[in-house]
Design a protein around this ligand. Structure first.
Ligand code: ZN
Length: 264
């Protein structure tokens, strides 16, 4: 048996807290470093059904990508969703640790896993945002092994992420070789990617006017969804935590969560 503190130490090595954006809220958000841990559940989101599972299957700790407490908490009302969730965690005695933008940025983190899934050559990756190193950048720019047609690239993204559909915004007839990515919600970087010479940009949460801007800048955009661009990190985190702690505890992926968005 180990303590929460030991998991926190390993997570600090995987995704140092100092890499997080200023507005972010990573770290141990529920529980105590002294809590004992035998089983860990790894997920993107702490949802109510996940807390139920943690309780039923004896997980003492959840390691999540999205912080369960994000905006300032001013009340803990259990008749409202946020308070209900936190109340359920406390009653179940389940600790929650979050690695958010620090896990997005860090080498080997969410963006690098996404880059690998969509076929970017890892040796070509450079920061997308204005940063000195990959580990300080929320996104990446990388190259495909060879130029391909934009729609063919969209198909590659679908296959790499295991999704049936993506939203495709055409930037014209240019083929795709240089690709910008930002896992999760990265439409704010479309313009930067275009100016840095990207043929295409892959992210989630793209809005109508982002699409309009992309089309006018002549960059293809593939909106593969917030969930799908981040979900691959869950299995990677399970392996990393198992590598470091696996002889003492069991680490399991949340394999039941689905994208909130369904195609109907
Ligand atoms: Zn996210």
């Amino acid at each position: 048996m180990i303590k929460c503190r030991d998991v926190m130490d390993v997570m600090e090595r995987i995704a140092p807290k100092k890499l997080a954006e200023e507005w972010d809220n990573p770290g141990l958000l529920v529980g105590s470093p002294e809590d004992e841990v035998r089983r860990i559940l790894v997920c993107l989101d702490v949802r109510e059904e996940l807390v139920e599972r943690a309780k039923a299957e004896n997980f003492q700790m959840i390691v999540a990508h999205h912080p369960v407490i994000f905006r300032g908490l001013k009340k803990l009302r259990t008749d409202l969703p946020d308070g209900r969730l936190l109340g359920a965690l406390l009653r179940a005695g389940v600790a929650v640790f979050a690695a958010h933008t620090n896990l997005d940025c860090v080498e080997g983190g969410v963006n690098d896993v996404l880059a690998a899934r969509i076929g970017l050559d890892p040796a070509t990756l450079v920061p997308l945002s204005n940063a000195d190193s990959l580990s300080e950048s929320l996104g990446r720019i990388g190259k495909l092994p060879k130029k391909i047609d934009a729609k063919a690239f969209a198909e590659r993204v679908k296959k790499g992420l295991g999704v049936l559909t993506v939203r495709f915004i055409s930037g014209g007839t240019r083929p795709v070789k240089t690709v910008g990515i930002c896992s999760g919600s990265g439409a704010e970087f479309i313009e930067r990617a275009a100016f840095m010479g990207c043929d295409a940009f892959v992210t989630g949460d793209v809005r109508y006017h982002d699409a309009q801007r992309a089309a006018s800048l002549g960059i293809h955009v593939i909106d593969a969804g917030h969930f799908a661009t981040e979900r691959p990190i869950v299995d990677i985190l399970v392996s990393r935590l198992t590598e470091e702690l696996g002889d003492k505890i069991e680490v399991v992926a949340d394999d039941r969560a689905r994208d909130f968005f369904e195609i109907v």
